[in-house]
Design a protein around this ligand. Structure first.
Ligand SMILES: [Fe+2]
Length: 180
């Protein structure tokens, strides 16, 4: 499935961050620094891998410009203003041979979900959206952002490259008093 046909799926909105290279490498270096930080949480242990890795936002100023860009696009889609919306994020790190199991982000009061790509080696795994009755695989590139309904099931095919595939997933919601 190509970009044009993905665009026909109105549930998935595609954006691309021009000039993403410098920001992505800064975030990648900070992620490497924070991966074993004592406040970094890991969850969703499937096939011997923690699918979700949560570096502490307070230790991660390098990611703030990306979160702002994601929030801006999300507010435009939702018709909300900046004071209302909050974001929670986690990293998906896939080494060669890893895949990410079918899931949704629909476990709370989220309004919108998505994924942003930091590093996508060739053949490192398509994201596969599951619409009612059909699947839609898509090959992302670094700098791509998808926004979609928290209830939309998706998975990632096996990383058949020889390098790490790295993305940031997130949920957007109405900000609560305890949100960062
Ligand atoms: Fe996801």
């Amino acid at each position: 499935m190509n970009t044009a046909s993905l665009h026909e799926k109105q549930d998935v909105h595609h954006f691309h961050l021009d000039g993403h290279e410098e920001l992505n490498s800064r975030i990648r270096r900070a992620y490497t620094r924070l991966r074993e930080h004592p406040d970094t949480l890991k969850s969703h242990l499937f096939h011997g891998r923690y699918e979700n890795i949560y570096p502490p936002r307070a230790e991660f100023p390098e990611i703030e410009p990306l979160l702002e860009w994601i929030l801006g696009n999300s507010r435009d889609l939702l018709g909300l203003n900046g004071d209302e919306t909050g974001i929670a994020f986690w990293f998906n790190e896939m080494q060669p041979g890893d895949k990410t199991t079918l899931h949704t982000h629909n476990d709370g009061d989220e309004l919108l979900s998505g994924v942003y790509y930091l590093e996508v080696p060739e053949a490192s795994g398509d994201i596969i959206f599951h619409f009612s009755g059909e699947t839609a695989p898509f090959t992302p590139a670094a700098g791509d952002l998808f926004l979609f309904s928290p209830a939309l099931p998706h998975e990632v095919a096996e990383n058949r490259s020889h390098a790490m595939r790295l993305s940031v997933a997130f949920n957007i919601g109405i900000r609560r008093a305890d949100d960062a």
